[in-house]
Design a protein around this ligand. Structure first.
Ligand SMILES: [Mn+2]
Length: 258
């Protein structure tokens, strides 16, 4: 397996409220929202909460571990908001991929996971957003959704309520497939066919830079986070554990800004 990740504030926002994690086994993108730095705190706290749970519950089967881990992340965000009233109302999306004898997804919100195989890109998560529902029910077209005034309204997020509906999926993958996790700062302004061509060739780090540059070239209206993974034998084999290095943008205490 090879992987790369990049997060960028974009051209309009003053702070980056997205967080991500990538360690060769677990990959996460979280897009936070809320005033008083609530967004960046929510996304970081959610990732911390998830990773702590996951670390202590490695024996759980993958999908159950993702689902319970995301529930633990949700509780961590809610508890942080309870202790800090100025953070009330903060929330975050949460899209995570576990590569461990297979590829498993857990997903809440409007960040995305795409799968790329032999030149073709396919969206493998569903946006939990108002415009996605409007498109699905036939009220607006996909191109109208892209410019709709309510395109930022999401229907599910961590930090809103104790009960949480989580999308879970196991993907059928092959070595050589590329997986992209991203925040809506990419998918909201770069079309899928452009993303497809940009991740089709070359070094993963260069691909990440091209994706972020493309979003910024379109005004960079939001924070942009991309995590790109090229699957190897890990996707098929039984779990062998062992991270191959670690990249993280989690933990808001002492976190360094790119
Ligand atoms: Mn966003």
């Amino acid at each position: 397996m090879r992987y790369a990740a990049l997060s960028d504030t974009g051209r309009v926002r003053e702070i980056n409220e997205d967080s991500y994690h990538a360690d060769g086994r677990l990959f996460i993108v979280a897009d936070g929202m809320g005033g008083h730095r609530g967004g960046e705190i929510a996304s970081a706290v959610a990732i911390d909460g998830f990773l702590s749970f996951e670390e202590e519950n490695r024996r759980l089967p993958p999908l159950r571990r993702l689902s319970e881990g995301i529930a633990a992340a949700n509780r961590a965000v809610l508890e942080m908001a309870e202790r800090n009233p100025e953070l009330e109302g903060m929330g975050t999306t949460f899209t995570t991929m576990l590569v461990e004898g297979g590829v498993f997804l857990g997903h809440v919100g409007d960040s995305r996971a795409y799968m790329w195989r032999d030149g073709d890109l396919r969206l493998v998560t569903r946006d939990h957003s108002l415009v996605e529902r409007m498109v699905r029910e036939g009220y607006i077209s996909p191109s109208e959704a892209r410019h709709h005034p309510q395109r930022n309204v999401i229907l599910r997020a961590l930090g809103i309520a104790g009960g949480l509906e989580i999308d879970l999926d196991e993907l059928d993958v092959r070595p050589g497939d590329r997986m992209l996790l991203c925040s809506d700062g990419l998918s909201g302004c770069v079309e899928d066919d452009e993303i497809e061509s940009m991740i089709s060739a070359g070094d993963l780090e260069a691909c990440c830079r091209s994706l972020v540059e493309a979003a910024n070239a379109r005004g960079g209206p939001d924070n942009i986070t991309v995590v790109l993974v090229e699957l190897g034998w890990e996707a098929e084999a039984e779990s062998r554990g062992g991270a191959v290095g670690e990249k993280s943008r989690r933990g808001f205490f002492g976190r360094r800004r790119a």
